[in-house]
Design a protein around this ligand. Structure first.
Ligand SMILES: [Fe+2]
Length: 207
């Protein structure tokens, strides 16, 4: 298989994201076209260079191979997290429906208790908040990531993703992070999270 056929292609920008209340067109376009597509380009570049990396000189202090492998994780997580983020935006906020709502109520006490924790995680995180199902305890959690490749819990399944890097809101909100989180919550497309949740039920149960 040639490298070109294995290249990662970016997702398309949902046009609804350009007219969301609380988000300027420029904020979304800079985030999507420059940052997200930048990670797509980098993972493709890294994959190509890995083909020719000198593995005999691999070293944990510094080596070309180490740099590429570290970059591979960072860029790939950057791609996936941004795709989940953009795909769960463009809705009308509110609450999820069906079994996802029941699961949130079961694991957090109530939807508002979940929301309060999600906001707090957003204020505390330097990179991401990921609402995810953990098959180890069979519960959902608001996990905090300080970078694309820091804080990922192995084997969990992401349901809802919030980007809290400053680049996600600085054009529109400056340092007013809490206002950005409110705008994000008001534009969640819960149907994306519901689809991810339903998809989990069709996969083999690892536990
Ligand atoms: Fe981002």
């Amino acid at each position: 298989m040639s490298i070109s056929s294995r290249a990662i292609n970016p997702i398309s920008l949902n046009p609804k994201l350009l007219s969301m209340p609380g988000f300027s067109e420029r904020q979304i376009l800079e985030h999507f076209n420059v940052l997200y597509k930048g990670y797509v380009n980098k993972i493709n570049e890294i994959r190509e260079k890995l083909q020719f990396a000198i593995r005999q000189e691999a070293n944990a202090t510094y080596s070309e191979y180490r740099g590429l492998k570290k970059g591979e994780t960072f860029a790939m997580d950057g791609v996936i997290l941004h795709e989940l983020y953009f795909e769960n935006l463009g809705g009308f906020g509110g609450m999820p429906e069906g079994s996802l709502l029941r699961r949130i109520e079961n694991d957090f006490g109530s939807f508002n208790d979940w929301l309060q924790d999600f906001r707090a995680a957003g204020m505390a995180a330097r990179g991401w908040v990921v609402l995810a199902f953990n098959p180890r305890d069979r519960r959902i959690h608001n996990y905090l990531q300080d970078a694309h490749d820091q804080g990922v819990i192995i084997n969990t399944a992401a349901l809802l993703v919030l980007d809290v890097y400053e680049h996600a809101y600085f054009i529109d909100y400056g340092t007013r992070k809490a206002e950005y989180i409110t705008a994000f919550i008001q534009n969640i497309d819960w149907s994306a999270a519901e689809r991810r949740w339903e998809k989990l039920k069709t996969q083999p149960d690892p536990s």
